[in-house]
Design a protein around this ligand. Sequence first.
Ligand code: FE
Length: 151
Amino acid sequence: MYRYRKVQVRPVEIQEYVSRYVLSLDNHVSIADALTAFCTEKQITAGTVSGIGAIGSATFRFLDPATKQYVDKTFDEQMEITNLTGNLSVKDGKPYLHLHVTAGRRDYTCVGGHLLDARVNGACELVVEDFDMNEFGRRFDEETGLNLYDF
Ligand code: FE
């Protein structure tokens, strides 16, 4: 289950998106679950997300282009999200998150990459932009092994 506090920021006339939300995730929630639920609730089918926060664990996924094999790695330690950047689209009728994160460790080194999920341990503050337009779909691309945008 997810919970969050949110506030909607008034759109600026010249900007293309219609809605921008600021989310403050509850402690201990899954970032992927919270974002998926939020996209479902607000019916966001094309957009972007950015943010910062503190997490107690994170799982990254690395795709080897030569073998098209995924290698997942989980870091179970306290880290600061120095940057979360991602986009929001739809695949098979469900919200599709594409998130990248850089996370700072206790010794001030960083780990990062394509994020599968992370658990908040402290705070997580995100900005979600809803482009409010026809959905951005995804299709699997044989050549790269990736789910690419299907514009
Ligand atoms: Fe990626």
